[in-house]
Design a protein around this ligand. Structure first.
Ligand SMILES: [Zn+2]
Ligand SMILES: [Zn+2]
Length: 321
Protein backbone atom coordinates (compact mmCIF):
# COMPACT_ATOMS: atom_id res chain seq x y z
CA UNK A 1 0.00 0.00 0.00
CA UNK A 2 1.01 3.60 -0.54
CA UNK A 3 1.19 6.48 1.94
CA UNK A 4 -2.09 8.43 1.89
CA UNK A 5 -0.10 11.66 2.09
CA UNK A 6 2.79 11.29 -0.34
CA UNK A 7 2.36 8.05 -2.27
CA UNK A 8 5.57 6.42 -1.02
CA UNK A 9 5.52 2.86 0.30
CA UNK A 10 3.45 2.66 3.46
CA UNK A 11 4.80 1.15 6.68
CA UNK A 12 1.64 1.58 8.73
CA UNK A 13 -2.10 1.35 8.37
CA UNK A 14 -4.08 3.42 10.85
CA UNK A 15 -7.33 1.48 10.71
CA UNK A 16 -9.13 3.89 13.01
CA UNK A 17 -8.92 6.58 10.33
CA UNK A 18 -8.48 4.46 7.23
CA UNK A 19 -5.12 5.96 6.28
CA UNK A 20 -1.71 4.60 5.31
CA UNK A 21 1.59 6.15 6.34
CA UNK A 22 5.17 6.04 5.06
CA UNK A 23 8.02 6.19 7.59
CA UNK A 24 8.32 9.98 7.44
CA UNK A 25 4.61 10.65 7.72
CA UNK A 26 4.20 8.01 10.41
CA UNK A 27 6.78 9.88 12.50
CA UNK A 28 4.88 13.10 11.90
CA UNK A 29 1.63 11.43 12.91
CA UNK A 30 3.00 10.31 16.29
CA UNK A 31 4.87 13.55 16.93
CA UNK A 32 1.86 15.71 16.10
CA UNK A 33 -0.35 13.74 18.50
CA UNK A 34 2.04 14.51 21.34
CA UNK A 35 2.33 18.15 20.32
CA UNK A 36 -1.45 18.51 20.17
CA UNK A 37 -1.98 16.85 23.53
CA UNK A 38 0.57 19.15 25.13
CA UNK A 39 -1.01 22.21 23.49
CA UNK A 40 -4.62 21.32 24.09
CA UNK A 41 -4.19 21.02 27.84
CA UNK A 42 -1.22 23.38 28.26
CA UNK A 43 0.74 20.50 29.75
CA UNK A 44 4.07 22.25 29.28
CA UNK A 45 4.67 25.97 29.39
CA UNK A 46 7.65 27.72 27.88
CA UNK A 47 10.73 27.56 30.09
CA UNK A 48 9.38 24.94 32.50
CA UNK A 49 11.55 22.17 33.88
CA UNK A 50 10.03 18.80 33.03
CA UNK A 51 11.07 15.60 34.75
CA UNK A 52 10.43 12.44 32.73
CA UNK A 53 10.03 9.12 34.49
CA UNK A 54 12.07 6.76 32.34
CA UNK A 55 11.99 3.06 33.18
CA UNK A 56 13.77 1.94 30.04
CA UNK A 57 10.59 0.38 28.65
CA UNK A 58 9.19 1.42 25.29
CA UNK A 59 6.65 4.00 26.47
CA UNK A 60 8.91 6.05 28.69
CA UNK A 61 11.86 5.91 26.28
CA UNK A 62 9.70 7.06 23.35
CA UNK A 63 8.26 9.79 25.58
CA UNK A 64 11.79 11.01 26.29
CA UNK A 65 12.65 11.07 22.57
CA UNK A 66 9.42 12.86 21.64
CA UNK A 67 9.80 15.49 24.34
CA UNK A 68 13.42 16.02 23.32
CA UNK A 69 12.11 16.72 19.82
CA UNK A 70 9.30 18.98 21.01
CA UNK A 71 11.77 20.94 23.10
CA UNK A 72 13.30 22.31 19.92
CA UNK A 73 10.06 24.12 19.09
CA UNK A 74 8.83 25.02 22.54
CA UNK A 75 11.85 25.68 24.72
CA UNK A 76 11.73 23.87 28.06
CA UNK A 77 14.16 21.88 30.19
CA UNK A 78 14.23 18.12 30.49
CA UNK A 79 15.63 15.81 33.12
CA UNK A 80 15.24 12.04 33.08
CA UNK A 81 14.46 10.14 36.29
CA UNK A 82 14.77 6.39 36.71
CA UNK A 83 13.44 4.53 39.72
CA UNK A 84 15.47 1.46 40.59
CA UNK A 85 13.09 -0.79 42.51
CA UNK A 86 15.76 -3.41 43.04
CA UNK A 87 14.47 -6.34 41.00
CA UNK A 88 17.37 -8.63 40.18
CA UNK A 89 17.76 -9.57 36.55
CA UNK A 90 15.08 -7.16 35.39
CA UNK A 91 15.95 -3.68 36.56
CA UNK A 92 19.71 -3.42 36.00
CA UNK A 93 19.53 -3.81 32.18
CA UNK A 94 16.58 -1.42 31.89
CA UNK A 95 18.38 1.21 33.96
CA UNK A 96 21.24 0.98 31.46
CA UNK A 97 18.83 1.41 28.55
CA UNK A 98 17.38 4.51 30.19
CA UNK A 99 20.87 5.85 30.79
CA UNK A 100 22.01 5.30 27.20
CA UNK A 101 18.93 6.98 25.75
CA UNK A 102 19.34 10.03 27.98
CA UNK A 103 22.99 10.19 26.96
CA UNK A 104 22.21 10.03 23.24
CA UNK A 105 19.72 12.86 23.66
CA UNK A 106 22.04 14.89 25.88
CA UNK A 107 19.57 14.88 28.78
CA UNK A 108 20.56 14.88 32.44
CA UNK A 109 19.75 11.52 34.04
CA UNK A 110 19.21 10.72 37.73
CA UNK A 111 18.60 7.38 39.43
CA UNK A 112 16.66 6.93 42.68
CA UNK A 113 16.51 3.54 44.35
CA UNK A 114 14.02 1.91 46.74
CA UNK A 115 16.95 0.66 48.78
CA UNK A 116 18.26 4.13 49.33
CA UNK A 117 14.94 5.75 50.25
CA UNK A 118 12.97 2.96 51.91
CA UNK A 119 15.79 0.78 53.20
CA UNK A 120 14.66 -2.25 51.19
CA UNK A 121 14.78 -3.25 47.56
CA UNK A 122 11.59 -4.74 46.12
CA UNK A 123 13.20 -8.19 46.10
CA UNK A 124 14.03 -7.83 49.80
CA UNK A 125 10.51 -6.58 50.54
CA UNK A 126 9.00 -9.64 48.89
CA UNK A 127 11.37 -11.87 50.81
CA UNK A 128 10.57 -10.19 54.13
CA UNK A 129 6.83 -10.08 53.59
CA UNK A 130 6.90 -13.68 52.53
CA UNK A 131 3.74 -14.83 50.89
CA UNK A 132 1.96 -11.58 51.75
CA UNK A 133 -0.29 -13.22 54.33
CA UNK A 134 -4.05 -13.05 54.30
CA UNK A 135 -5.46 -9.58 54.61
CA UNK A 136 -2.08 -8.30 53.60
CA UNK A 137 -2.07 -10.06 50.34
CA UNK A 138 -1.78 -6.96 48.26
CA UNK A 139 1.27 -8.36 46.59
CA UNK A 140 4.51 -6.93 45.38
CA UNK A 141 2.77 -4.66 42.86
CA UNK A 142 0.96 -2.55 45.43
CA UNK A 143 4.11 -1.98 47.47
CA UNK A 144 5.99 -1.21 44.32
CA UNK A 145 3.26 1.07 42.96
CA UNK A 146 2.96 3.11 46.14
CA UNK A 147 6.70 3.43 46.64
CA UNK A 148 7.35 4.25 43.00
CA UNK A 149 4.70 6.98 43.07
CA UNK A 150 6.19 8.45 46.25
CA UNK A 151 9.77 8.27 44.98
CA UNK A 152 8.92 9.75 41.58
CA UNK A 153 7.32 12.70 43.33
CA UNK A 154 10.28 12.99 45.67
CA UNK A 155 12.68 12.85 42.72
CA UNK A 156 10.70 15.40 40.72
CA UNK A 157 10.83 17.80 43.68
CA UNK A 158 14.49 16.99 44.19
CA UNK A 159 15.44 17.97 40.64
CA UNK A 160 13.30 21.10 40.85
CA UNK A 161 10.78 20.00 38.23
CA UNK A 162 7.55 21.88 37.52
CA UNK A 163 5.86 18.78 36.06
CA UNK A 164 6.43 15.07 35.94
CA UNK A 165 5.83 13.43 32.57
CA UNK A 166 4.90 9.75 32.54
CA UNK A 167 4.61 7.37 29.60
CA UNK A 168 0.95 6.30 29.78
CA UNK A 169 -0.32 5.62 26.29
CA UNK A 170 -3.80 5.42 24.78
CA UNK A 171 -4.17 1.74 25.63
CA UNK A 172 -3.25 2.38 29.28
CA UNK A 173 -5.76 5.19 29.54
CA UNK A 174 -8.56 3.15 28.00
CA UNK A 175 -7.77 0.14 30.22
CA UNK A 176 -7.60 2.16 33.42
CA UNK A 177 -10.85 3.96 32.60
CA UNK A 178 -12.71 0.69 32.03
CA UNK A 179 -11.13 -0.98 35.05
CA UNK A 180 -12.29 1.81 37.33
CA UNK A 181 -15.78 1.71 35.83
CA UNK A 182 -15.96 -2.03 36.35
CA UNK A 183 -14.80 -1.68 39.94
CA UNK A 184 -17.22 1.14 40.62
CA UNK A 185 -14.29 3.38 41.49
CA UNK A 186 -15.46 6.53 39.77
CA UNK A 187 -13.79 8.82 42.32
CA UNK A 188 -10.40 7.71 41.11
CA UNK A 189 -11.24 8.90 37.62
CA UNK A 190 -11.71 12.41 38.95
CA UNK A 191 -8.20 12.54 40.38
CA UNK A 192 -6.14 11.77 37.32
CA UNK A 193 -7.10 12.93 33.89
CA UNK A 194 -5.90 14.84 30.88
CA UNK A 195 -5.07 17.84 33.09
CA UNK A 196 -5.29 18.86 36.74
CA UNK A 197 -8.27 20.51 38.31
CA UNK A 198 -6.45 21.10 41.59
CA UNK A 199 -2.71 21.41 42.10
CA UNK A 200 -1.33 20.62 45.54
CA UNK A 201 1.81 22.13 46.90
CA UNK A 202 4.43 19.42 47.29
CA UNK A 203 2.77 17.19 44.72
CA UNK A 204 4.36 17.63 41.30
CA UNK A 205 1.59 17.51 38.64
CA UNK A 206 1.80 14.45 36.40
CA UNK A 207 1.34 14.91 32.71
CA UNK A 208 0.70 12.20 30.12
CA UNK A 209 1.78 13.49 26.72
CA UNK A 210 1.42 10.02 25.12
CA UNK A 211 -2.20 9.46 26.11
CA UNK A 212 -3.41 9.85 22.51
CA UNK A 213 -0.80 7.50 21.05
CA UNK A 214 -1.81 3.83 20.68
CA UNK A 215 0.65 1.29 22.05
CA UNK A 216 1.03 -0.19 18.58
CA UNK A 217 2.34 3.13 17.26
CA UNK A 218 4.82 3.41 20.11
CA UNK A 219 6.24 -0.01 19.33
CA UNK A 220 6.49 0.81 15.62
CA UNK A 221 8.10 4.17 16.41
CA UNK A 222 10.93 2.45 18.30
CA UNK A 223 11.46 -0.05 15.48
CA UNK A 224 11.42 2.43 12.60
CA UNK A 225 13.67 4.90 14.38
CA UNK A 226 16.14 2.41 15.90
CA UNK A 227 15.39 3.43 19.45
CA UNK A 228 16.81 1.07 22.06
CA UNK A 229 14.22 -0.08 24.58
CA UNK A 230 14.00 -2.85 27.15
CA UNK A 231 11.18 -5.26 26.27
CA UNK A 232 11.50 -7.45 29.36
CA UNK A 233 8.33 -7.62 31.47
CA UNK A 234 8.54 -7.17 35.21
CA UNK A 235 8.71 -10.63 36.85
CA UNK A 236 6.18 -9.55 39.50
CA UNK A 237 3.61 -8.17 37.07
CA UNK A 238 0.62 -10.45 37.21
CA UNK A 239 -2.40 -8.22 37.26
CA UNK A 240 -4.87 -10.67 35.76
CA UNK A 241 -7.87 -8.36 35.65
CA UNK A 242 -5.93 -5.75 33.73
CA UNK A 243 -4.73 -8.35 31.23
CA UNK A 244 -8.32 -9.46 30.59
CA UNK A 245 -9.44 -5.90 29.97
CA UNK A 246 -6.49 -5.34 27.65
CA UNK A 247 -7.34 -8.38 25.56
CA UNK A 248 -10.98 -7.44 25.42
CA UNK A 249 -10.28 -3.83 24.37
CA UNK A 250 -7.85 -5.05 21.71
CA UNK A 251 -10.50 -7.41 20.42
CA UNK A 252 -13.07 -4.59 20.24
CA UNK A 253 -10.55 -2.33 18.51
CA UNK A 254 -9.95 -5.04 15.92
CA UNK A 255 -13.67 -5.41 15.23
CA UNK A 256 -14.52 -1.74 15.59
CA UNK A 257 -11.47 0.41 14.79
CA UNK A 258 -11.43 3.62 16.80
CA UNK A 259 -12.87 2.07 19.98
CA UNK A 260 -9.87 3.07 22.08
CA UNK A 261 -10.16 6.69 20.97
CA UNK A 262 -13.89 6.66 21.69
CA UNK A 263 -13.23 5.39 25.21
CA UNK A 264 -10.71 8.16 25.72
CA UNK A 265 -13.12 10.78 24.35
CA UNK A 266 -15.81 9.57 26.73
CA UNK A 267 -13.40 9.89 29.62
CA UNK A 268 -12.35 13.36 28.55
CA UNK A 269 -15.96 14.50 28.33
CA UNK A 270 -16.75 13.17 31.80
CA UNK A 271 -13.52 14.34 33.38
CA UNK A 272 -14.47 17.97 34.14
CA UNK A 273 -17.54 16.74 36.02
CA UNK A 274 -15.68 13.96 37.78
CA UNK A 275 -12.87 16.29 38.78
CA UNK A 276 -15.36 18.79 40.21
CA UNK A 277 -16.96 16.09 42.27
CA UNK A 278 -13.93 14.08 43.33
CA UNK A 279 -10.68 16.02 43.06
CA UNK A 280 -9.17 16.27 46.52
CA UNK A 281 -9.05 19.87 47.55
CA UNK A 282 -7.24 19.81 50.81
CA UNK A 283 -4.52 17.34 51.54
CA UNK A 284 -2.52 17.28 54.72
CA UNK A 285 1.16 16.44 55.08
CA UNK A 286 2.52 13.08 56.15
CA UNK A 287 3.84 13.29 59.71
CA UNK A 288 6.86 11.24 58.79
CA UNK A 289 7.99 12.28 55.34
CA UNK A 290 6.06 15.49 54.74
CA UNK A 291 4.60 14.48 51.37
CA UNK A 292 0.97 15.42 50.74
CA UNK A 293 -1.50 12.78 51.93
CA UNK A 294 -5.10 12.17 52.97
CA UNK A 295 -4.43 10.80 56.39
CA UNK A 296 -1.81 11.31 59.04
CA UNK A 297 0.79 9.00 57.59
CA UNK A 298 1.13 8.42 53.88
CA UNK A 299 0.83 5.00 52.34
CA UNK A 300 4.54 4.84 51.43
CA UNK A 301 5.56 5.43 55.04
CA UNK A 302 2.94 2.95 56.28
CA UNK A 303 4.40 0.29 54.00
CA UNK A 304 7.93 1.11 55.06
CA UNK A 305 6.98 0.75 58.74
CA UNK A 306 5.26 -2.54 58.03
CA UNK A 307 8.29 -4.00 56.26
CA UNK A 308 10.63 -2.77 59.00
CA UNK A 309 8.45 -4.37 61.64
CA UNK A 310 8.29 -7.65 59.79
CA UNK A 311 12.03 -7.66 59.18
CA UNK A 312 12.60 -7.18 62.90
CA UNK A 313 10.15 -9.95 63.73
CA UNK A 314 11.98 -12.32 61.47
CA UNK A 315 15.31 -11.22 62.86
CA UNK A 316 16.49 -10.16 59.45
CA UNK A 317 19.24 -7.63 59.31
CA UNK A 318 18.57 -5.32 56.42
CA UNK A 319 19.83 -1.83 56.52
CA UNK A 320 17.02 0.14 58.09
CA UNK A 321 17.04 3.91 58.18
ZN1 LIG B 1 4.27 9.75 3.22
ZN1 LIG C 1 5.10 9.65 54.41
Amino acid sequence: MKCSKCGRDAVYHAKYEGRYYCHKHFNELVESKVKQTVRKYHLIERGERIAVGVSGGKDSVVLLHLLAKLRKKLPFELVAITIDEGIAGYRPPSVEVAKRNAEILGIEHRIYSFKEYFGFSLDETVEIMGSFERGERVGACSYCGVWRRWLLNYAALDVGADKLAVGHNLDDEAQVFLMNIMRGDIARLGRTGPYYEVIHEGLVPRIKPLREVPEKEIVLYTLLNDIEVDLEECPYAVEAFRAEIRDWVNDMEEKHPGTKYQILRSYDKMYPLLAKAYAKRDLGRCKICGQPTNGEICKACQFKLKVQEKAKEKGLTFRVE
